[in-house]
Design a protein around this ligand. Structure first.
Ligand SMILES: Cc1ncc(COP(=O)(O)O)c(C=O)c1O
Length: 457
C-alpha cells in the first residue's frame, strides 16, 4: 500500500497502527460534561453534533483529538472547511502575523490584499478577475446575486432543488424552505427547478442514460411560463454538498452555459463547498471547461479562517460599484493572509494533482466496498468530495435512513469524525491525507456498514 502524502506532518513519526486511538468509549466523561455545560447556553446544534456529541480540543493535520484524549481520523475537515488539514503551520503563522500587525483597516488597500487579488486573477480561469471579500459563504452568495441584478438590470433568480447556499434570506430563498424554520415567504422572484441526478434521473434516453437535454427543455418551458421574463441569474452548486455529493452528468454544465448565453441569463457557480482544491481543481467548474459569470468561494478558501470571496468576469466588475459591496470584516488583513497562504500551500505542495490521486484511490476502494455490501446503492467521488448512498433495495432505491444514522455513529465511535446526511454519508477528508489513513477511514466505514447489515436487515 502506498504511503503517498503531501502533508507537512511528519507521517514517518506517526504510528499508524494506533491511529485512530480510542482510549475511552466516546463520547467520554469529559465530553459529556463539557457538552452538558456548553449546551445549557449554546443552542441550535447541527444534526451531526446531536448524533455524536463529542467535544474536540485540538486538531493537527488529518487528526482530531477530543477532550478525553481520543484521537480521530478527520473525514469531515470541519464541514468541508480545513481542506489542508488542521493548523497548517504556514497558514497559522500567516494569520498570527497579521493578528499582531494589523487586524482591520475596513476596505482600504493593504499590501496583503493586493497580493491576494493579483494571485486570484492569475490562477482563476478565463476573465474571472473582479473580486470582493466577505466573512461567510452566505454573504458572498448574497453579493453574487446583487452583482447579477446590477449587471443585468433584471431581478428573478433560478436555482435547483436540494442545492444549498446559506442561511440569510436571499440565499435561503434559493433553496428548499421549511416555513417553520426560515419564514413563510420566499424572496419574490425566486424560482426552483430540478437538476440532473445520474442516480435518480427524472428523464432518461432510450439506453437508460440520463437525458440532460430534457432538463434544459424543462428550464426553457419554465422560464417562458412561470417567470415574468425577468431572469437575472441561474445559481447552482457544481456538485451538491448538503444534497448528498450529487454529481451532474458531464454534459450538463457545458449545455447550461450555452443555454444561459443564448437567453442572456448570468450563470453563478456557488463554489463555497467545491472550490479551492476540494475536487482536485481550483474551481470544480473547470472539470467541465465552463467559466461562470460569477463564482463564490468559502470554506477551504482560508482553510478555517472565515474568509469568502465573490469573483466575477471582466464585464461585470464595475457592478461591484453599484451594490455597496464592502463589509466590516471582508478582506481584513488576517483573512487575506489566510487565503493567500492556503493558495500558496496548494501550489507549493502540488495538492490539486494529489487530491485527484487521492480521489481515484478512494473511488476504487469504495466501489470494491459496494460490490461486497448490498445496502450501498451508489458511490460518488470527485477528488476528496465523496458520498455513499444507502438503500434498502438496489432496485427500488428506497432510502435507508436508519442505516445512515447507525453507520455514522458506529464509525464515529471507532474513531472516524465525518458527516451524515440521512441515508447519504458524506466524506470530506483534508486533501493532504495520505493513502493509508484514507484507507483506514474507509475500513472503519466498511466495518460499520457490515454491522448495519447484520443489525438492520
Ligand atoms: C454551497 C454552499 N454555499 C453557501 C454556504 C453557506 O456558507 P456559510 O455557512 O459560510 O454561510 C454553504 C454552507 O454549507 C454551502 O455549502
Amino acid at each position: 500500500m502506498s504511503t503517498t502524502s503531501c502533508s507537512t506532518l511528519d507521517w514517518a513519526k506517526v504510528d499508524l497502527s494506533r491511529w485512530p486511538e480510542i482510549i475511552v468509549p466516546p463520547p467520554g466523561p469529559k465530553s459529556d460534561e463539557y457538552h452538558r455545560r456548553c449546551t445549557k447556553y449554546f443552542k441550535g446544534l447541527s444534526g451531526q453534533v446531536k448524533l455524536f456529541p463529542v467535544a474536540f480540543e485540538s486538531g493537527k493535520g488529518c487528526t482530531l483529538v477530543d477532550v478525553d484524549g481520543n484521537r480521530y481520523i478527520d473525514f469531515s475537515s470541519g464541514i468541508y472547511v480545513t481542506t489542508l488539514g488542521h493548523c497548517h503551520p504556514k497558514i497559522s503563522e500567516a494569520v498570527a502575523k497579521y493578528a499582531k500587525q494589523l487586524m482591520n483597516a475596513h476596505d482600504f488597500t493593504t499590501p496583503i490584499k493586493m497580493k491576494l487579488v493579483e494571485k486570484l486573477a492569475e490562477i482563476l480561469p478565463g476573465d474571472l478577475n473582479g473580486f470582493q471579500f466577505y466573512d461567510s459563504g452566505t454573504t458572498a452568495v448574497e453579493a453574487g446575486m446583487r452583482v447579477m441584478r446590477a449587471t443585468s438590470g433584471r431581478n428573478e433568480m433560478l436555482s435547483c432543488y436540494y442545492d444549498f447556499h446559506g442561511k440569510t434570506y436571499g440565499s435561503v430563498s434559493l433553496a428548499q424552505i421549511r416555513s417553520q424554520i426560515y419564514g413563510r415567504v420566499r424572496a419574490p422572484g425566486s424560482h426552483m427547478v430540478p437538476r440532473p441526478d445520474v442516480y435518480r434521473p427524472m428523464w432518461t434516453n432510450d439506453d437508460g442514460t440520463i437525458d440532460t437535454d430534457s432538463y434544459l427543455a424543462f428550464y426553457d418551458e419554465y422560464i417562458n411560463k412561470a417567470t415574468v421574463g425577468d431572469v437575472a441569474g441561474f445559481v447552482l452548486e457544481p456538485i451538491q454538498g448538503w444534497g448528498g455529493s450529487i454529481m451532474p452528468p458531464d454534459d450538463f454544465f457545458p449545455k447550461l452555459r450555452r443555454y444561459c448565453d443564448e437567453k442572456g441569463i448570468l450563470l453563478m457557480a456557488d463554489e463555497v463547498l467545491t472550490g479551492w482544491g476540494r475536487t482536485g481543481k481550483w474551481l470544480c467548474m473547470e472539470h467541465w471547461g465552463v467559466v461562470p459569470d460569477v463564482v463564490t468561494l468559502g470554506k477551504g478558501f482560508g482553510n478555517g479562517f472565515p474568509v469568502t470571496c465573490v469573483a466575477v468576469r471582466e464585464p461585470h466588475k464595475e457592478s461591484f460599484e453599484k451594490i455597496s459591496a464592502s463589509s466590516s470584516y471582508g478582506g481584513n488583513p488576517m483573512a487575506c493572509a489566510a487565503a493567500l497562504a492556503s493558495t500558496e500551500v496548494i501550489e507549493e505542495e502540488n495538492l490539486l494533482e494529489y487530491c485527484a490521486e487521492l480521489g481515484a484511490h478512494c473511488t476504487k476502494t469504495l466501489n470494491e466496498m459496494k460490490d461486497r455490501h448490498p445496502i450501498i446503492g451508489d458511490v460518488r467521488c470527485r477528488g476528496a468530495l465523496m458520498g455513499i448512498e444507502l438503500v434498502k433495495d438496489r432496485q427500488t432505491k428506497e432510502p435507508f435512513n436508519a442505516a445512515g444514522e447507525f453507520v455514522y455513529q458506529h464509525a464515529f465511535r471507532n474513531g472516524l469524525a465525518w458527516i451524515p446526511a440521512g441515508h447519504i454519508l458524506r466524506m470530506s477528508p483534508p486533501i493532504v491525507m495520505d493513502f493509508d489513513t484514507a484507507t483506514k477511514g474507509l475500513e472503519l466505514i466498511e466495518e460499520a456498514i457490515g454491522a448495519a447489515e447484520k443489525e438492520l436487515t
